[in-house]
Design a protein around this ligand. Structure first.
Ligand SMILES: Cc1cc2nc3c(=O)[nH]c(=O)nc-3n(C[C@H](O)[C@H](O)[C@H](O)COP(=O)(O)OP(=O)(O)OC[C@H]3O[C@@H](n4cnc5c(N)ncnc54)[C@H](O)[C@@H]3O)c2cc1C
Length: 390
């Protein structure tokens, strides 16, 4: 049974959000994929914001139909958006990752200036962690954030790469080192000293802009600090937990989309006198996809339900990592097998989105912490008596 862990209100929400995305996102999905149409992305982000969907993670700000909005609903939104277009969904996920530290750790003034427009869909956010010498090993960060007491400002120097929404975002959550350790600050696009040297071309996720961000004596006022000096790692850990659960939703959406294409083809394509799905080598692939999707769904919504029930960051780390690992590996599995089931149709653009899903899925096991990092977080919990290292 699908949606086993969801209640009636959650299921009704899924129906609402699906109808909304079919109206707003589906007609624009081809332009996002084929023309990398940023205006189309922005249009749907604005529509989501106006409908209140970007506030799901923040019950104190949410004013919609749900009595208990939370991560479960944000993840349903991600799942349904990824089902239609994963590149678009990355813009929502990044907006939420940017909004989360602003909501929890920013001053009232900063929240008014940056958080509200993001949640209303009128501004875009970005997260800057990754650097040329720092990916999985975020502790080795080289970006400096120094305090200039004379001018009461933070001064940022460093280089970030692979940043989703680089150059199109209005506000950047930047992680770097102060003398006290990893620290987070908010930097508006208008700040002096921020630059965007270039964007990348990726095999998938077309329409999501990803690029470099350079900070060259970039200055922001003292109140742009998030939380405390040296408190950045704790903020990042909280962000990764919910980001990984949401990525579980993204994986699930991509996997389901591929599965629907594969099952339709297996029942309609005739080969050797029978529908393709009658052949054991094909129905085996369908069954393998099916159980992996169900397992992903159960593990993903277990993590979101735990989060919504108030599990603390440390307690949630394993379940969030598992959601990300299982659902994103499942997305790759399903996209790959779907291409195979479709044969030549699977690798052309002539037959639906199989080839796009295959290209899009590949990023899922890398972003937001790789599959290897997720396994480390899981095994770290399962082997409490020894210290395992990456
Ligand atoms: C499309 C896209 C969008 C992104 N968006 C953002 C963003 O918005 N903000 C941001 O900050 N970053 C972003 N990233 C960066 C992403 O988070 C990193 O790519 C990811 O964390 C992995 O880092 P890396 O690419 O440097 O790989 P590395 O850390 O160099 O790892 C390379 C490989 O080695 C493995 N590995 C590393 N160490 C070990 C070990 N000790 N044991 C075993 N295996 C290991 C990894 O799992 C991986 O498979 C994005 C990346 C992509 C591709």
């Amino acid at each position: 049974m699908r949606d086993f862990l969801l209640n009636d209100a959650d299921r009704a929400f899924r129906a609402d959000v699906r109808e909304f995305l079919q109206r707003e996102l589906l007609p624009r999905a081809a332009d996002i994929e084929d023309r990398q149409d940023w205006d189309a992305v922005k249009h749907v982000v604005r529509a989501l914001g106006a409908a209140g969907y970007l506030k799901l993670m923040f019950p104190d700000l949410y004013r919609g139909k749900l009595e208990h909005p939370g991560l479960t609903h944000a993840t349903i939104l991600s799942e349904e958006a990824s089902y239609i277009n994963y590149a678009f969904e990355t813009t929502i996920a990044t907006a939420l990752s940017c909004a989360y530290p602003l909501h929890r750790h920013a001053s009232e003034r900063l929240r008014d200036a940056y958080l509200s427009p993001i949640l209303e869909g009128t501004a875009i956010g970005a997260i800057c962690v990754t650097e040329p010498n720092v990916g999985s090993d975020s502790a080795g960060m080289e970006t400096r954030i120094d305090f200039d007491a004379a001018r009461n400002e933070w001064v940022i120097n460093g280089f970030k790469r692979y940043i989703s929404n680089a150059s199109v975002a209005d506000v950047y959550i930047v992680y770097g080192l102060t003398d006290e350790g990893m620290t987070a600050v908010a930097v508006p696009k208008s700040a002096n000293g921020i630059g965007f040297p270039r964007n990348y071309t990726f095999m998938g996720r077309r329409g999501c802009i990803v690029g470099e961000v350079k900070f060259d004596n970039c200055r922001v006022p003292a109140d742009h600090l998030l939380g405390e000096r040296g408190g950045g790692f704790r903020i990042m850990r909280g962000m990764f937990n919910f980001e990984r659960a949401i990525l579980g939703g993204s994986g699930l959406g991509v996997a389901r989309s591929a599965f629907d294409i594969a099952t339709a083809h297996a029942q309609t394509r005739t080969s050797f006198g029978q529908p393709l799905g009658c052949k054991q080598l094909i129905w085996d692939k369908i069954a393998q996809m099916s159980w992996r999707i169900d397992a992903s769904e159960l593990i993903t919504y277990r993590a979101t339900k735990m989060y919504d029930a108030g599990a603390d960051g440390k307690a949630l780390m394993k379940e969030a990592a598992m959601a990300k690992l299982v659902a994103t590996e499942t997305a790759n599995y399903c996209a790959n097998e779907t291409v195979q089931i479709l044969g030549g149709d699977g690798i052309t653009k002539e037959y639906g989105r199989a080839e796009q899903l295959y290209r899009d899925a590949r990023a899922l096991t890398i972003v937001g912490g790789t599959s290897e990092v997720a396994k480390y977080l899981i095994a770290g919990r399962d082997l409490p008596d020894i210290r395992i290292t990456l």
